[in-house]
Write a protein that binds this ligand. Structure first.
Ligand code: HEC
Length: 193
């Protein structure tokens, strides 16, 4: 009898848990919109960087990235109505520092990736209340691919001239020493609906 009670209590707890889980997992339209914007920006930047590397080498592409990445985020922000930027726990751009929720999310991404979730599809959302108004927030992980390591890898992986260029442009750079597939940072979006 006692066992039966425990069992039914357990299954009740499980049912509640599943309900909560599915409530969290269900995508709201704003989440889908944020995802579409975030997944649209990265390939464009990747293409610009790949072209720049092919044309004039990785060292010059560092300058291109410095110039183009914030501009592309600005254009995408104006077009979509989301405020878009990139952040990292080990940032290169001195402004790419995460706020409290972004930091917690990046740490969560690292944990989930270590537990075996595919890094490229890691995302997290929340709705915060700021000054009495709702703020929708979305983050998506940016794991490294092979080409990223020419500018974010260990000293022996950096392309020729990159270390010197980084030293000149980003004296406080913390964004080297990454390995393949490691989460380099995240795309972060927010908007007041
Ligand atoms: C040609 C060199 C180069 C390559 C290749 C490159 N990056 Fe970067 N990355 C940079 C530079 C330079 C910045 C700083 C841009 C700025 O000033 O906003 C940066 C910034 C970032 C940021 C923003 C956070 C921060 O630390 O400032 C992320 C995230 C990032 N890179 C991820 C990647 C990923 C993922 C790849 C591969 C898909 C990649 N990068 C490939 C040069 C590069």
């Amino acid at each position: 009898m006692k066992n039966f009670k425990t069992l039914s209590r357990l299954s009740l707890a499980l049912a509640t848990l599943l309900t909560i889980q599915s409530a969290v997992a269900a995508d709201e339209p704003w989440t889908e919109d944020a995802r579409a914007v975030a997944t649209g920006v990265s390939p464009k930047l990747l293409q610009v960087l790949t072209d720049a590397i092919a044309k004039s080498g990785a060292a010059d592409a560092v300058t291109v990235c410095q110039d183009v990445a914030p501009k592309m985020a600005k254009v995408a922000s104006e077009q979509s109505g989301w405020q878009i930027r990139r952040v990292s726990l080990r940032n290169r751009n001195p402004k790419a520092v995460p706020d409290a929720w972004e930091r917690e999310t990046l740490e969560d991404f690292d944990r989930r990736a270590a537990a075996g979730e595919p890094a490229a599809s890691l995302e997290r959302t929340t709705v915060q209340t700021v000054d009495g108004k709702a703020l929708q927030r979305y983050m998506r992980a940016l794991p490294t691919q092979g080409m990223c390591l020419s500018c974010h890898g260990s000293a022996d992986q950096l392309a020729p001239g990159v270390a010197e260029r980084l030293k000149a442009l980003y004296p406080e750079d913390r964004a080297v020493g990454y390995s393949l597939g490691q989460i380099r940072g995240a795309m972060t979006l927010k908007r007041a609906p």
